[in-house]
Design a protein around this ligand. Structure first.
Ligand SMILES: Nc1ncnc2c1ncn2[C@@H]1O[C@H](COP(=O)(O)OP(=O)(O)OP(=O)(O)O)[C@@H](O)[C@H]1O
Ligand SMILES: [Mg+2]
Length: 356
Protein backbone atom coordinates (compact mmCIF):
# COMPACT_ATOMS: atom_id res chain seq x y z
CA UNK A 1 0.00 0.00 0.00
CA UNK A 2 1.22 3.51 -0.78
CA UNK A 3 2.70 5.53 2.06
CA UNK A 4 0.24 7.97 3.64
CA UNK A 5 0.84 11.67 3.00
CA UNK A 6 1.32 14.10 5.85
CA UNK A 7 -1.50 16.20 4.50
CA UNK A 8 -3.87 13.22 4.95
CA UNK A 9 -2.82 12.96 8.59
CA UNK A 10 -3.53 16.67 9.13
CA UNK A 11 -6.92 16.21 7.49
CA UNK A 12 -7.72 13.24 9.73
CA UNK A 13 -6.76 15.22 12.82
CA UNK A 14 -9.14 17.98 11.79
CA UNK A 15 -11.90 15.49 12.55
CA UNK A 16 -10.90 15.37 16.23
CA UNK A 17 -12.64 17.89 18.48
CA UNK A 18 -11.56 19.10 21.85
CA UNK A 19 -14.10 17.47 24.20
CA UNK A 20 -17.03 19.78 24.75
CA UNK A 21 -15.84 22.39 22.24
CA UNK A 22 -16.97 23.02 18.71
CA UNK A 23 -13.53 23.36 17.18
CA UNK A 24 -11.03 20.74 16.14
CA UNK A 25 -7.59 20.22 17.58
CA UNK A 26 -5.79 21.48 14.46
CA UNK A 27 -7.48 24.87 14.58
CA UNK A 28 -6.84 24.98 18.33
CA UNK A 29 -3.12 24.70 17.49
CA UNK A 30 -2.64 21.54 19.57
CA UNK A 31 -1.06 19.61 16.69
CA UNK A 32 2.54 20.70 16.56
CA UNK A 33 4.01 18.29 14.00
CA UNK A 34 3.14 15.36 11.81
CA UNK A 35 5.54 12.95 10.11
CA UNK A 36 5.21 9.72 8.16
CA UNK A 37 7.86 7.01 8.15
CA UNK A 38 6.82 4.04 6.07
CA UNK A 39 3.64 2.70 7.66
CA UNK A 40 4.19 4.64 10.89
CA UNK A 41 2.61 8.02 11.52
CA UNK A 42 4.09 10.30 14.19
CA UNK A 43 1.95 13.00 15.69
CA UNK A 44 3.17 15.59 18.19
CA UNK A 45 0.41 17.12 20.32
CA UNK A 46 0.84 19.92 22.80
CA UNK A 47 -2.15 20.65 24.96
CA UNK A 48 -2.48 23.29 27.66
CA UNK A 49 -5.41 22.42 29.89
CA UNK A 50 -6.13 21.25 33.42
CA UNK A 51 -8.68 18.75 32.22
CA UNK A 52 -6.86 15.38 32.41
CA UNK A 53 -9.83 13.41 31.14
CA UNK A 54 -9.92 15.60 28.02
CA UNK A 55 -6.23 14.91 27.44
CA UNK A 56 -6.77 11.14 27.57
CA UNK A 57 -9.74 11.38 25.20
CA UNK A 58 -7.73 13.52 22.79
CA UNK A 59 -4.91 11.00 22.67
CA UNK A 60 -7.27 8.08 22.03
CA UNK A 61 -9.28 9.93 19.38
CA UNK A 62 -6.20 11.21 17.58
CA UNK A 63 -4.80 7.68 17.45
CA UNK A 64 -8.06 6.35 16.10
CA UNK A 65 -8.42 9.08 13.48
CA UNK A 66 -4.87 8.70 12.18
CA UNK A 67 -5.02 4.89 12.21
CA UNK A 68 -7.94 5.11 9.79
CA UNK A 69 -5.78 6.84 7.14
CA UNK A 70 -4.97 4.37 4.33
CA UNK A 71 -1.35 3.23 4.50
CA UNK A 72 -0.99 3.85 8.25
CA UNK A 73 -0.39 0.75 10.34
CA UNK A 74 1.11 2.25 13.46
CA UNK A 75 0.44 5.59 15.16
CA UNK A 76 2.88 7.13 17.61
CA UNK A 77 1.39 10.05 19.50
CA UNK A 78 3.84 12.20 21.43
CA UNK A 79 1.64 14.18 23.79
CA UNK A 80 2.83 17.03 25.97
CA UNK A 81 0.21 18.29 28.38
CA UNK A 82 0.90 21.36 30.45
CA UNK A 83 -1.31 22.74 33.19
CA UNK A 84 -1.94 26.47 33.02
CA UNK A 85 -2.98 28.18 36.25
CA UNK A 86 -6.63 27.69 37.13
CA UNK A 87 -9.10 30.48 36.61
CA UNK A 88 -8.96 31.19 40.33
CA UNK A 89 -5.17 31.21 40.35
CA UNK A 90 -5.05 33.52 37.34
CA UNK A 91 -7.61 35.82 38.92
CA UNK A 92 -5.57 35.89 42.11
CA UNK A 93 -2.39 36.56 40.17
CA UNK A 94 -4.16 39.31 38.27
CA UNK A 95 -5.32 40.96 41.45
CA UNK A 96 -1.92 40.53 43.05
CA UNK A 97 -0.37 42.19 40.04
CA UNK A 98 -2.85 45.02 39.96
CA UNK A 99 -4.46 45.68 43.26
CA UNK A 100 -5.68 49.09 42.18
CA UNK A 101 -5.59 49.27 38.43
CA UNK A 102 -8.40 47.04 37.18
CA UNK A 103 -9.44 44.72 40.01
CA UNK A 104 -12.87 43.97 38.54
CA UNK A 105 -11.75 42.89 35.07
CA UNK A 106 -11.87 39.11 34.65
CA UNK A 107 -9.82 38.78 31.46
CA UNK A 108 -7.61 41.07 29.42
CA UNK A 109 -6.98 40.34 25.75
CA UNK A 110 -4.22 42.21 23.95
CA UNK A 111 -4.71 42.62 20.20
CA UNK A 112 -1.25 43.00 18.75
CA UNK A 113 0.93 42.59 15.67
CA UNK A 114 4.56 42.90 14.82
CA UNK A 115 3.76 45.13 11.86
CA UNK A 116 1.74 48.30 11.49
CA UNK A 117 -1.39 48.69 9.43
CA UNK A 118 -2.45 45.05 9.39
CA UNK A 119 -5.83 45.78 10.98
CA UNK A 120 -5.30 45.51 14.74
CA UNK A 121 -7.63 48.38 15.53
CA UNK A 122 -10.24 47.09 13.12
CA UNK A 123 -10.07 43.63 14.67
CA UNK A 124 -10.01 45.00 18.23
CA UNK A 125 -13.09 47.17 17.75
CA UNK A 126 -15.12 44.56 15.88
CA UNK A 127 -14.05 41.82 18.28
CA UNK A 128 -15.07 43.91 21.29
CA UNK A 129 -18.51 44.59 19.82
CA UNK A 130 -18.93 40.96 18.75
CA UNK A 131 -18.14 39.87 22.33
CA UNK A 132 -20.70 42.34 23.68
CA UNK A 133 -23.28 40.96 21.25
CA UNK A 134 -22.94 37.53 22.86
CA UNK A 135 -23.63 38.97 26.28
CA UNK A 136 -20.18 39.72 27.64
CA UNK A 137 -19.45 42.90 29.58
CA UNK A 138 -16.70 44.38 27.44
CA UNK A 139 -14.22 47.23 27.59
CA UNK A 140 -12.09 48.49 24.71
CA UNK A 141 -8.95 50.37 25.58
CA UNK A 142 -6.88 52.05 22.90
CA UNK A 143 -3.28 51.89 24.05
CA UNK A 144 -1.94 53.26 20.79
CA UNK A 145 -0.67 56.64 21.90
CA UNK A 146 0.92 57.43 18.55
CA UNK A 147 -2.12 56.79 16.43
CA UNK A 148 -5.26 56.29 18.47
CA UNK A 149 -8.05 54.86 16.30
CA UNK A 150 -10.83 53.96 18.72
CA UNK A 151 -12.46 57.44 18.70
CA UNK A 152 -12.83 57.34 14.90
CA UNK A 153 -13.78 53.68 14.75
CA UNK A 154 -16.56 54.07 17.29
CA UNK A 155 -17.55 57.56 16.10
CA UNK A 156 -16.91 59.25 19.45
CA UNK A 157 -15.88 62.90 19.26
CA UNK A 158 -16.58 64.18 22.75
CA UNK A 159 -14.23 64.65 25.65
CA UNK A 160 -14.63 62.28 28.56
CA UNK A 161 -16.12 63.55 31.80
CA UNK A 162 -14.73 63.01 35.27
CA UNK A 163 -17.17 61.79 37.88
CA UNK A 164 -16.15 61.27 41.50
CA UNK A 165 -12.48 61.57 40.63
CA UNK A 166 -12.63 58.90 37.90
CA UNK A 167 -12.81 59.25 34.15
CA UNK A 168 -16.07 57.82 32.87
CA UNK A 169 -15.59 55.57 29.83
CA UNK A 170 -17.75 56.11 26.77
CA UNK A 171 -20.35 53.50 25.96
CA UNK A 172 -20.97 52.68 22.36
CA UNK A 173 -22.48 49.57 20.79
CA UNK A 174 -22.54 47.84 24.16
CA UNK A 175 -18.82 48.42 24.77
CA UNK A 176 -17.14 50.68 27.31
CA UNK A 177 -14.39 52.51 25.46
CA UNK A 178 -11.45 54.70 26.34
CA UNK A 179 -8.59 56.05 24.28
CA UNK A 180 -5.75 58.44 24.74
CA UNK A 181 -7.14 60.04 21.61
CA UNK A 182 -10.00 61.37 23.74
CA UNK A 183 -7.55 63.24 25.88
CA UNK A 184 -4.60 64.07 23.65
CA UNK A 185 -5.00 66.80 21.09
CA UNK A 186 -4.13 65.79 17.58
CA UNK A 187 -1.29 68.28 17.74
CA UNK A 188 0.31 66.97 20.93
CA UNK A 189 3.90 66.48 19.75
CA UNK A 190 4.84 62.83 19.40
CA UNK A 191 8.12 63.58 21.15
CA UNK A 192 6.15 64.21 24.33
CA UNK A 193 4.23 61.06 24.00
CA UNK A 194 7.16 58.63 24.30
CA UNK A 195 8.05 59.37 27.92
CA UNK A 196 4.37 59.65 28.73
CA UNK A 197 3.62 56.10 27.67
CA UNK A 198 4.06 54.42 31.02
CA UNK A 199 2.13 56.97 33.03
CA UNK A 200 -0.55 57.39 30.38
CA UNK A 201 -1.27 53.69 30.19
CA UNK A 202 -1.49 53.43 33.96
CA UNK A 203 -4.00 56.25 33.93
CA UNK A 204 -6.08 54.69 31.19
CA UNK A 205 -6.32 51.58 33.32
CA UNK A 206 -6.54 52.85 36.87
CA UNK A 207 -8.19 56.25 36.60
CA UNK A 208 -11.02 55.11 34.37
CA UNK A 209 -14.21 53.83 35.94
CA UNK A 210 -14.29 50.49 34.09
CA UNK A 211 -16.41 48.71 36.68
CA UNK A 212 -16.89 44.97 36.40
CA UNK A 213 -15.98 43.57 33.00
CA UNK A 214 -15.79 40.05 31.63
CA UNK A 215 -13.27 41.03 29.00
CA UNK A 216 -11.12 44.06 28.34
CA UNK A 217 -9.78 44.27 24.79
CA UNK A 218 -6.57 46.25 24.35
CA UNK A 219 -5.76 47.80 20.98
CA UNK A 220 -1.96 47.92 21.02
CA UNK A 221 0.32 50.02 18.85
CA UNK A 222 2.36 48.12 16.25
CA UNK A 223 5.63 46.46 17.15
CA UNK A 224 7.14 45.37 20.40
CA UNK A 225 7.96 48.62 22.17
CA UNK A 226 7.36 50.40 25.46
CA UNK A 227 3.60 50.30 25.36
CA UNK A 228 3.46 46.54 24.96
CA UNK A 229 5.95 45.98 27.75
CA UNK A 230 4.26 48.44 30.08
CA UNK A 231 0.97 46.71 29.62
CA UNK A 232 2.35 43.26 30.33
CA UNK A 233 4.18 44.56 33.40
CA UNK A 234 1.31 46.53 34.83
CA UNK A 235 -1.54 44.12 34.40
CA UNK A 236 -2.04 40.40 34.03
CA UNK A 237 -2.84 39.96 30.35
CA UNK A 238 -4.84 36.76 29.93
CA UNK A 239 -3.88 36.25 26.32
CA UNK A 240 -2.70 37.87 23.11
CA UNK A 241 -4.46 37.82 19.76
CA UNK A 242 -1.97 38.39 16.96
CA UNK A 243 -3.26 40.00 13.79
CA UNK A 244 -1.41 39.30 10.59
CA UNK A 245 -1.97 39.51 6.87
CA UNK A 246 -1.05 36.65 4.58
CA UNK A 247 2.16 38.11 3.12
CA UNK A 248 5.45 36.50 4.08
CA UNK A 249 6.85 39.76 5.44
CA UNK A 250 3.87 40.16 7.73
CA UNK A 251 4.45 36.63 8.98
CA UNK A 252 8.01 37.43 9.95
CA UNK A 253 6.70 40.34 12.01
CA UNK A 254 3.91 38.24 13.49
CA UNK A 255 6.56 35.81 14.67
CA UNK A 256 8.40 38.64 16.44
CA UNK A 257 5.17 39.62 18.16
CA UNK A 258 4.61 36.04 19.26
CA UNK A 259 8.08 35.75 20.68
CA UNK A 260 7.64 38.91 22.69
CA UNK A 261 4.49 37.62 24.37
CA UNK A 262 6.02 34.22 25.01
CA UNK A 263 9.02 35.87 26.65
CA UNK A 264 6.81 37.72 29.10
CA UNK A 265 4.66 34.61 29.73
CA UNK A 266 1.50 35.94 28.13
CA UNK A 267 -0.30 33.03 26.45
CA UNK A 268 -0.89 33.55 22.74
CA UNK A 269 -4.56 32.74 22.12
CA UNK A 270 -3.97 32.54 18.39
CA UNK A 271 -3.80 34.50 15.17
CA UNK A 272 -6.40 36.29 13.14
CA UNK A 273 -5.58 36.51 9.48
CA UNK A 274 -6.89 39.82 8.23
CA UNK A 275 -7.40 40.68 4.58
CA UNK A 276 -7.08 36.97 3.92
CA UNK A 277 -9.24 36.85 0.82
CA UNK A 278 -11.00 39.30 -1.46
CA UNK A 279 -14.62 38.63 -2.23
CA UNK A 280 -15.62 40.33 -5.49
CA UNK A 281 -18.63 42.54 -4.78
CA UNK A 282 -19.91 41.96 -8.31
CA UNK A 283 -19.56 38.25 -8.86
CA UNK A 284 -18.89 36.89 -5.36
CA UNK A 285 -15.70 35.09 -6.43
CA UNK A 286 -13.18 34.70 -3.64
CA UNK A 287 -9.60 35.65 -4.55
CA UNK A 288 -6.52 34.99 -2.46
CA UNK A 289 -4.85 38.34 -2.88
CA UNK A 290 -1.50 37.73 -1.28
CA UNK A 291 -0.83 34.03 -1.37
CA UNK A 292 -2.72 30.85 -1.30
CA UNK A 293 -2.79 28.52 1.67
CA UNK A 294 -5.04 30.26 4.10
CA UNK A 295 -4.81 31.19 7.71
CA UNK A 296 -4.64 27.63 8.89
CA UNK A 297 -1.33 27.08 7.18
CA UNK A 298 -0.11 30.39 8.55
CA UNK A 299 -1.07 29.34 12.07
CA UNK A 300 0.67 26.04 11.57
CA UNK A 301 3.84 27.80 10.42
CA UNK A 302 3.72 30.02 13.48
CA UNK A 303 2.77 27.14 15.79
CA UNK A 304 -0.31 28.85 17.22
CA UNK A 305 -4.08 28.34 17.03
CA UNK A 306 -6.01 29.83 14.14
CA UNK A 307 -8.83 32.06 15.36
CA UNK A 308 -10.28 32.89 11.98
CA UNK A 309 -9.84 34.90 8.80
CA UNK A 310 -11.35 38.26 7.88
CA UNK A 311 -11.76 39.06 4.19
CA UNK A 312 -10.44 42.21 2.54
CA UNK A 313 -13.43 44.37 1.77
CA UNK A 314 -13.83 48.14 1.41
CA UNK A 315 -17.00 47.83 3.54
CA UNK A 316 -14.79 46.90 6.51
CA UNK A 317 -12.62 50.00 6.02
CA UNK A 318 -15.71 52.20 5.57
CA UNK A 319 -17.16 50.81 8.80
CA UNK A 320 -14.05 51.94 10.63
CA UNK A 321 -13.93 55.38 9.01
CA UNK A 322 -17.62 56.11 9.55
CA UNK A 323 -17.71 55.15 13.22
CA UNK A 324 -20.04 52.22 12.56
CA UNK A 325 -17.92 49.06 12.46
CA UNK A 326 -19.08 46.28 10.17
CA UNK A 327 -20.41 44.14 13.07
CA UNK A 328 -22.79 47.01 13.85
CA UNK A 329 -23.57 47.95 10.27
CA UNK A 330 -24.15 44.42 9.02
CA UNK A 331 -23.96 41.96 11.93
CA UNK A 332 -25.49 39.05 10.02
CA UNK A 333 -23.57 39.57 6.79
CA UNK A 334 -20.50 37.48 5.96
CA UNK A 335 -18.02 39.86 7.66
CA UNK A 336 -20.15 40.25 10.77
CA UNK A 337 -20.29 36.48 10.91
CA UNK A 338 -16.51 36.21 10.43
CA UNK A 339 -15.95 38.48 13.44
CA UNK A 340 -18.54 36.55 15.47
CA UNK A 341 -16.57 33.35 14.75
CA UNK A 342 -13.33 35.03 15.85
CA UNK A 343 -15.06 36.16 19.07
CA UNK A 344 -16.25 32.62 19.73
CA UNK A 345 -12.79 31.22 19.04
CA UNK A 346 -11.24 33.74 21.44
CA UNK A 347 -13.70 32.78 24.18
CA UNK A 348 -12.99 29.10 23.60
CA UNK A 349 -9.24 29.67 23.68
CA UNK A 350 -9.61 31.53 26.99
CA UNK A 351 -11.85 28.77 28.36
CA UNK A 352 -9.48 25.96 27.37
CA UNK A 353 -6.42 27.51 28.96
CA UNK A 354 -8.29 28.24 32.22
CA UNK A 355 -10.30 25.02 32.29
CA UNK A 356 -10.50 23.01 35.49
N1 LIG B 1 -10.36 43.44 6.31
C1 LIG B 1 -10.20 44.67 5.84
N2 LIG B 1 -10.68 45.04 4.66
C2 LIG B 1 -10.48 46.31 4.19
N3 LIG B 1 -9.82 47.26 4.83
C3 LIG B 1 -9.33 46.96 6.04
C4 LIG B 1 -9.49 45.66 6.62
N4 LIG B 1 -8.89 45.68 7.85
C5 LIG B 1 -8.39 46.91 8.01
N5 LIG B 1 -8.64 47.68 6.95
C6 LIG B 1 -8.23 49.09 6.75
O1 LIG B 1 -6.81 49.12 6.75
C7 LIG B 1 -6.32 50.28 7.44
C8 LIG B 1 -5.45 49.84 8.61
O2 LIG B 1 -6.27 49.16 9.55
P1 LIG B 1 -6.10 49.40 11.12
O3 LIG B 1 -6.02 50.83 11.45
O4 LIG B 1 -7.13 48.57 11.78
O5 LIG B 1 -4.67 48.71 11.30
P2 LIG B 1 -3.68 48.77 12.55
O6 LIG B 1 -2.93 47.49 12.52
O7 LIG B 1 -4.43 49.09 13.78
O8 LIG B 1 -2.73 49.97 12.17
P3 LIG B 1 -1.66 50.70 13.10
O9 LIG B 1 -0.49 49.79 13.11
O10 LIG B 1 -1.42 51.99 12.41
O11 LIG B 1 -2.28 50.84 14.46
C9 LIG B 1 -7.56 51.03 7.87
O12 LIG B 1 -7.83 52.01 6.93
C10 LIG B 1 -8.64 49.99 7.89
O13 LIG B 1 -9.92 50.53 7.69
MG1 LIG C 1 -4.16 50.61 15.19
Amino acid sequence: MAEAKEEQIWEALKGVRFPGMSRDIVSFGFVRAVAVEGATAHVALEVATRDQAAVATLRAESERAVAAVPGVERVVVDLKASTPPSREESAQQAIARNPELIPEVAAVIAVASGKGGVGKSTVAANLAIALARVGRRVGLLDVDIYGPSVPTMLGIHDRPVVVGGKIRPFERYGVKAMSLGFILDDDTPVIWRGPMVMRAIEQMLGDVDWGALDVMVLDLPPGTGDAQLTVTQKIAVSGAVIVTTPQDVALIDARKGLQMFRKVDVPVLGIVENMSTFVCPHCGTETHVFRHGGGERTARELGVPFLGGIPLDPAIAEGGDSGRPIVVEDPDGPHGAAFARVAEAVLEALAVTARE
